[in-house]
Structure formats: C-alpha cells, structure tokens
Design a protein around this ligand. Sequence first.
Ligand code: ADP
Ligand code: ASP
Ligand code: MG
Length: 439
Amino acid sequence: MIVMKFGGTSVGNADRIRNLSKIVSENIHRKPIVVVSAFNGVTDHLINLAYNALKGDLNLDWLINRYLNVMEELGLDFDLLKEEFKELEVILKGISYLKELNAKILDLVMSFGERTSSKIIAEYLNNVGINARQFNAYDIGLITDSNFGNAEVLEQSYENINKYLSNLKDCVPVITGFIGKDPKGRITTLGRGGSDYTATIIGAAVNAEEVQIWTDVNGIMTADPKVCPNAKVIDALTYEEAYELAYFGAKVLHPKTILPAKRKNIPIRILNSFNPSNKGTYIVANVERKRKVIAIVSKKNINIINIHSPKMFLAYGYLYKIFEVFNIHKIPVDLISTSEVNVSLTIENKYEVAELIKDLKEIADVELYPSRASISLIGKEINQEPNIAGKAFSILGEKGINIEMISSGSSKINISFVVNQELADLCVRELHKVFFENE
Ligand code: ADP
Ligand code: ASP
Ligand code: MG
C-alpha cells in the first residue's frame, strides 16, 4: 500500500487532473491511497471570500467559474458540488450578517478547497475506469485538537483511520488533505501546506510501504529553485534533515510531515507530477554521504526581539522569566542567541506581539526588529566541519551583507543567522554559489 499526495499545482486544472489519473493508474498495483490538496490558489481565494463577506461582498463568480471550467473540460456535472456550494453560501452569509470572522470560521471556509477538489478527482477517476471513493479525512477518523488554524492530530486518529481503511475493499480512496474535525465535530485545519502532513498521518495509520508527495519540482533541492535557479535535487535526506529544512523555510514540505513517517520508519518520496519519471528525493532514517552542507533555506516574515537587562548580570532565573512570558502568550521561538544580560530571539510575524512586548518590558528593555529573514545551512554533520560558518560569513561580509544575529549548534543540523528580509534571496544565492557551485 502506498499513499500518494498531490499538491495544489498537481490538481490545479483539467490537464493536471488527467495527468494525476495516469500516475495513479500506473501505480494501481501498489494499492494507492490518494490524498489531495485544494486546486492551487483556491485556499487563498476562500480566505479572501471570508474577508469579503465581512464587508458584505458575497460574490462567488470567480470560484464558480474556476470549477465550471475544470469540470466542463473533464466532462463532469457541476451538480456534483451543489451541496458544498449551498453550504459555503450560507456560511458566507452568516459572516456578513454577524460581522464576525475568527480562526474557527476561517477553517470551515477553507475546508471547501479540499472537500471539492477530492470530489472532482474521485469522480474523474471513476469516469476513466478507476474504482475511486471520495472521503473527507474527518469521516474516516482524523480528529484533532481545537487549535483552529494549526490543529494537532489526536493519537486516536491512527487507529480510527487504520480500522476504516482496512475495511475498504478494492477501491482507491481519495481523501481530503489539510482538514480534520475536533472532538466537538467542528472542522479544523492542520496549518497552511498541511496536506503533506495528512499524507504521512494516513501512511503511518495504515503502515504504508511509502508516502509519495507529488509536487511541481523534481524533489527537495539545495535551495528554493524559485530563488536560486542553479539549485540541484538532493537524492536522499534523513528525517531530521528534512524536518529542519522544512521548519526553517523550505515550503516544499510541511514540517510536521516528517513526524508520523519517522515514527513508523516509512520512507517519504518527493516526486514531480510534471516529470513523473524523475526519481525525486528519498527521505529515510539514514543516509551516507560525504558533503556536510546539503541545503540553504530561508524563512521570511520574522521578527527579532532583543531583550536586554544589565541589572540581571550574574542573576539567575532571567531566562526562565523571559520564556515564561512567551509561554503565557503561546508564541513559539525559532532561534535564540544569548549572552549574560542580552537575549535575542526570533518569532514569526504572524503572532501578535504588542501584549508580549508589554509583558517583557516588565522584566527588561525590549526592542523589536521587524521584516527580518532567517537563513539556515542544513546538514546532519554540519557542526563537524570547523570552517562552514566562517566560509558563509566571509562571503556575506564581502558582499556587504550585515548579519544581525547568529544561532548555531542547538540541533547540530543547522547553522542559522538573521538578515534584513530584503537581502534574504541574495544571501541564499551567494551561499549557494560558495557551497554548491564553486566546487
Ligand atoms: P504543493 O502545491 O505541491 O504542495 P508547494 O508550493 O507547497 O507545492 O511546494 C513546492 C514549492 O516549494 C516549489 O515550487 C518550490 O518553489 C518551493 N521550495 C522551497 N524550497 C524548496 C526546496 N529546498 N526544494 C524544492 N522546492 C522548494
Ligand atoms: N490547501 C491548503 C493550503 O493551501 C493545504 C495544502 O495545500 O497543503 O495551504
Ligand atoms: Mg505544499
């Protein structure tokens, strides 16, 4: 049994869906379970619709036309989505009447992307002779906590899904990525890009032989190919490397994707639906290689928070007090760099910081530096070669790029530093030259 997850660009139009059906049928002997994302752009559009509804604009034309075009080309009847569109309209009306929009309502609205794409794909697969059945992940047992917008899957899901899917005979399940339900039956989402995570949750639940992530690039690359055209495909990575790479900014994988696969030792393969014969990237427990740096990733839209308190010199409990504040505000810290009286750390700018800073100011002087980016060099033995950081910093120095914060060693898998966001792409390209192109 294998899990095959198709991302937004792999299901975005009629051609891509035909292509998907070919890939699935070529793998039919491996008993595929298909997980799908929303059509590309649809999740963003649904978010816009929710905000438009708040302003009283309930226009669904763009969405309807998007589906009509695809479905007409595939020979499918738009009535297939009648129920979903009726429900979406009611919800948007509700938002406009109540003038209320929150994470819970947004999750419900976003869920229509995957609920509709999976229905279209299952129907099309049937029309071309593949016995497929559509499922919403929550109807086969995927339950989460109630952290709307970034929900965590509950342990019980694995057994539920296993039970459900092992009772299905001779059909290809086509399952919604990204969404679940909390124990009260409310729809949740697993965080943007979360369909990858759904794929390994299902893979781990059924003990799949492999989880395949079908996307629009030839695999995980030495840098984002959109930023660095010379990026090369990495043949194989360890689970830990893939996690760090995803966590520190490589959009190709949702970071949590690795966890269920690692637990069950299930390999993940990243494949290109535009170039299916390419062998892609393999993610497994152990990889033998000589090179130390395997990729350069960047994460934009982060803030540096600088916390300084000379009066804490030689005092204990300082760090405890600071992290207590982050804990109270439930804001995760990505990178840290400390000295006796100074602590610099980074957080994603999606978190509201006004209250956090107010509380931190009770303890120390606080400065916020917005619009920063972290740059990370990734590799499982990166800390075993002495001159990697030196090499990186000297080239950036030569280019006049100011490094504002350095953090290394905590995971042994990355060396990370922070620069002004506008310089992030340049940094990635320059470092890529040094570590991958000038050898
Ligand atoms: P999908 O819709 O299939 O989930 P995503 O857009 O989420 O696809 O992820 C694929 C994109 O990730 C690629 O188009 C690429 O621009 C980006 N990306 C960022 N970093 C990397 C990397 N190191 N290797 C490969 N792709 C990357
Ligand atoms: N459709 C969701 C998103 O755009 C989930 C995914 O594509 O993985 O974030
Ligand atoms: Mg994705």
